[in-house]
Design a protein around this ligand. Structure first.
Ligand code: NI
Length: 138
């Protein structure tokens, strides 16, 4: 790997044992790979908390029989038209729809949109997940 820097890490033996068991269960080939993912995850989480520009998915399940719900959800997504990249709709069963919305922009704006969508009457489940798309990632 290009530009890789090696460094030593001191850790209690018991903690390292736990870490090794954990990364073995997760299927990591080695500690370095696991540590890199942990660091990326932490940096992405910190960027998300600072409100940096990011990419996120908003996943909702809703009852499409609730009056005007589909129109309301569409109107919110149009309000955030600059942020919404794409959305995927799945007809789960006779009543329920699943929708995944991919959005990019300032984290606080994406959170606000997710809140508006999730609190809409008829939306049964809603969550937002930040994608670890930090700058400088290959
Ligand atoms: Ni549907």
């Amino acid at each position: 790997m290009k530009g890789v820097v090696r460094f030593g890490v001191a850790m209690e033996g018991a903690l390292l044992d736990q870490f090794d068991r954990h990364i073995h269960q997760r299927g990591y080939a080695n500690r370095s790979e696991a540590l890199r993912d942990l660091v990326r995850g932490q940096l992405a989480q910190a960027a998300w908390e600072r409100g940096d520009r990011t990419v996120a998915t908003i996943t909702i399940v809703y009852d499409h029989h609730v009056r005007e719900l589909t129109e309301r959800l569409t109107a919110i997504q149009h309000d955030y038209g600059d942020n919404v990249v794409s959305s995927l709709h799945v007809h789960l069963n006779h009543h329920q729809c699943l929708e995944v919305i991919v959005a990019r922009g300032q984290a606080n704006v994406l959170k606000k949109m997710a809140d508006e969508i999730t609190r809409t009457k008829g939306v049964l489940v809603g969550n937002i997940t930040a994608a670890p798309a930090g700058e400088g990632d290959e």
